[in-house]
Design a protein around this ligand. Structure first.
Ligand code: PEP
Ligand code: CO
Length: 462
């Protein structure tokens, strides 16, 4: 294929990724059936509009300048079975609560992006799974195959992509209703505190902020400010995102924007490229180089300064601020050593990007009884290391990328409600990675707010 050209990739088309090696793609048993599904996706309405993706890019451009913070959070993997209005509402409550804590404590606006309405497909470290001598394809997420361990369930079925599209459409529909139709109105700030959260120390701390916000709103109203007119009190933007993994799906939902003539992947506002699919000459980088959405790239311990700059050139040669979010996931023990050279190289190459910290994906371990988990204090430690690295290099610590659920699950250890190892099995729901529960998420937001205040105000006097 073409050598990189400085002013964009002229050979790009929605299907040009097919000329590149594509990691982590399902082995669809019947290629004709996939082609039919991609055709059908092409005929479906887009889930998001190009103009929305551009608004999100503008909001992320503020983060690049240090005038905003990115809260990028949601499920590890959405599922067909765990799909309900309540679970969408409860996730939204956590995002709204966390963003209130971050914004109220720091005075910096929060750009909110959910891992939601399309976060189905999962990259796997091994394409096959073995149990009791039987070997079957790994579970690649509900849009590819079924979790149950038998040959029929694990066979990739492209019809699942259509079901994923439809579930994403319903999820987004409800999300738009909640965020624009009154539920996210700041006067309802108390109602986002779920019962099982409100009784906890972090829930009570949240209540105090909520009470102060209410007092401020009453004050403004008392001095004659017309709050009914202030749109930003009554509606919020919660943008959607997922890992752009299954390229048949992403291609099928790619549309040319009628106002600019540019291509956008209309499956979500933002897409990110995972740690396992960020090969500079690979299909994912090729595909996302040609769409106008904001794009994220996960960067794990093998990322090199030259490699990261190469990716930034391929995906954002024009250096458009807000286009690229680099998501560091180095592990708590290595972030302080591995991140500074990357921050430096990107700055020296004059790439303006959002730097975000994913403190989840390099801190997973198995307990002695074989349960996949993460420790709350290690998660906090990676975020602290990220802030320290950013401070060292004079780079704005732009955001966090988290896996949580609104439910009272027991998947991650620790936090102020101290989930103990024995308790892990009491409510372990995840089909994939362990997620923070609503209390742990709120607790984490307070930690991040404190780190942000320090970053904003500079180092504390000795
Ligand atoms: C994920 O975000 O769910 C994921 C698989 O992350 P990573 O690509 O960083 O491993
Ligand atoms: Co995950």
């Amino acid at each position: 294929m073409s050598a990189p050209v400085p002013l964009g990739n002229f050979d790009w088309e929605p299907a040009s990724w097919r000329r590149h090696a594509a990691a982590q793609q399902p082995e669809w048993p019947d290629t004709g059936a996939v082609e039919q599904v991609v055709d059908e996706l092409r005929r479906q309405p887009p889930l998001v509009f190009a103009g929305e993706a551009r608004s999100l890019k503008a909001s992320l451009a503020k983060v690049v300048e240090g005038e905003g913070f990115l809260l990028h959070a949601g499920d590890c993997a959405e599922s067909f079975a765990e799909f309900s209005a309540d679970s969408i509402r409860d996730k939204l409550k956590v995002i709204l609560q966390m963003s209130v804590v971050l914004t109220y404590s720091t005075g910096v606006p929060t750009t909110k992006i959910g891992r939601i309405a399309g976060q189905f497909a999962k990259p796997r470290s091994s394409p096959v799974e073995k149990r009791d001598g039987q070997e079957l394809p790994s579970f690649f997420g509900d849009v590819v195959n079924d979790y149950a361990f038998d040959a029929e369930s694990r066979r990739p079925d492209p019809q699942r992509l259509l079901r994923g599209y439809n579930q994403s459409a319903s999820t987004l529909n409800l999300l738009r209703a909640f965020t624009k139709g009154g539920f996210a109105d700041l006067t309802r700030v108390h109602m986002w505190n779920q019962e099982f959260v409100a009784s906890s120390p972090e829930g009570q701390r949240y209540e105090r902020i909520a009470a102060e916000i209410e007092r401020a709103l009453r004050f403004m109203s008392a001095i004659g400010i017309d709050l009914a007119d202030a749109q930003s009190l009554h509606q919020v933007d919660v943008w959607t995102s997922h890992e752009g993994l299954v390229l048949d799906y992403e291609e099928g939902l790619t549309r040319r924007d009628s106002t600019t003539g540019d291509w956008y992947d209309c499956s979500a506002h933002m897409l990110w490229i995972g740690e396992r699919t960020r090969q500079p000459d690979g299909a994912h980088v090729e595909f996302f180089s040609g769409v106008g959405n904001p794009i994220g790239i996960k960067l794990g311990p093998t990322a090199t300064p030259e490699g990261v700059v190469e990716l930034a050139e391929k995906l954002n040669a024009e250096r458009e601020p807000g286009r690229l979010t680099l998501i560091s996931r180095m592990g708590a023990s290595r972030v302080r050593e591995l991140l500074p050279p990357l921050l430096r190289a990107v700055r020296e190459a004059e790439h303006q990007v959002v730097w975000a910290c994913d403190p989840m994906h390099a801190n997973v371990f198995k307990t002695e009884s074989g349960i996949k988990t993460r420790r709350f204090d290690v998660i906090v430690d990676e975020i602290e290391g990220f802030f320290a690295a950013c401070r060292e290099e004079g780079v704005w610590p732009g955001g966090v990328h988290l896996e949580f659920t609104g439910d009272a699950v027991t998947e991650c250890l620790g936090g102020s409600d101290t989930v103990l190892e024995e308790a892990l099995t009491t409510n372990y729901m995840s089909l994939c990675d362990p997620r923070l529960n609503a209390r742990q998420s709120l607790d984490l937001a307070f930690h991040v707010a404190e780190l942000m205040r320090d970053a904003w105000l500079g180092p504390a006097p000795a």
